[in-house]
Write a protein that binds this ligand. Structure first.
Ligand code: DGL
Length: 276
């Protein structure tokens, strides 16, 4: 049996810790599978980097996950989904391997939350510039008007565990005000960066009552469950012995300490080298 025919773990990739907020929900909903999480902590943030750099870094990490036996990889990172997914899917995928992102499954169901059809997107500069959410949401729900705002300080705040600091309060309040000033009728704010749910207590503190704040982890998990049910040929290649492995491209001890905040459980990670 070749590497791509043998069932293997589902790979979950993010530029750092953020993807753990999605992984947590996937594991909660689909605990029977084996999983490998890879965080590219050595090269985070991706959100401020060029298209080519995000593509090269993401491709390298996806191929590391393929080498570790994964047949299906989820890009649990909006920036990588916006800037690298399509090119990897079109140009790079070896036979029998699949890569999915988080933008499409989130955009598909955003109409569940809005009644005014005015939705705000908070994301990295890279995701905002790619316009991916505007295009995907318009494609599924042309009646919805999308307002985007980039929050370049939020990922560094989260990666450095500055979740309640004065700086975090300042930037969260300021960015929310800027987003909300775009439309008085906005009733839904989508956290379109997998790091942002960690700032949820602050985000809720500065969001006026009546506006829903949506994290995408559970939406992506539901969509993956649905995808696996509709694609038995992919599901058959996902091994099922309920194992979890974690890799980081930076210091594993540091990763273990911080990952617990994102994943909600103690974890043990190993180092995986990437080109720097
Ligand atoms: N967590 C990633 C996302 O969802 C981005 C973080 C970064 O800038 O690396 O966009």
């Amino acid at each position: 049996m070749s590497n791509s025919e043998k069932p293997g773990p589902i790979g979950i990739f993010d530029s750092g810790y953020g993807g753990l907020t999605v992984f947590k929900e996937i594991h909660k909903l689909l605990p029977c599978y084996d999983y490998i999480y890879l965080g590219d902590n050595a090269r985070v943030p991706y959100g401020t980097r060029s298209f080519d750099t995000v593509y090269e870094y993401t491709k390298e990490c996806v191929f590391k996950l393929f080498d570790l036996g994964c047949n299906l990889v989820i890009l649990a990172c909006n920036t990588a989904s916006a800037k690298a997914l399509r090119t990897i899917q079109q140009k790079d995928l070896p036979e029998g391997k699949k890569v999915l992102g988080v933008i499409r499954p989130t955009s598909e169901v955003v109409d569940r939350f809005t009644t005014t059809n005015k939705v705000g997107i908070l994301a990295t500069q890279g995701t905002v510039n790619s316009n991916s959410y505007v295009l995907e949401i318009n494609n599924f729900h042309p009646q919805i008007q999308v307002f985007q705002h980039a929050c370049p300080f939020w990922v560094p705040l989260v990666e450095n565990n500055e979740l309640e600091s004065e700086g975090a309060n300042y930037f969260v309040q300021q960015d929310l005000e800027q987003l909300l000033s775009a439309s008085p009728d906005m009733d839904t704010i989508l956290l379109a960066c997998t790091h942002y749910p960690l700032l949820l207590p602050l985000i809720e503190k500065y969001t006026p009552k009546g506006i829903k704040v949506i994290s995408q982890g559970s939406l992506v998990a539901e969509s993956l469950a649905d995808y696996l049910a509709r694609h038995p040929e992919v599901e058959d290649k996902c091994s099922k012995s309920n194992s979890l492995q974690f890799f980081t491209t930076d210091d594993p001890e540091d990763f273990n300490n911080k990952a617990e905040i994102f994943f909600g459980k103690k974890i043990q990670s190993s180092f995986l080298k990437v080109q720097t």
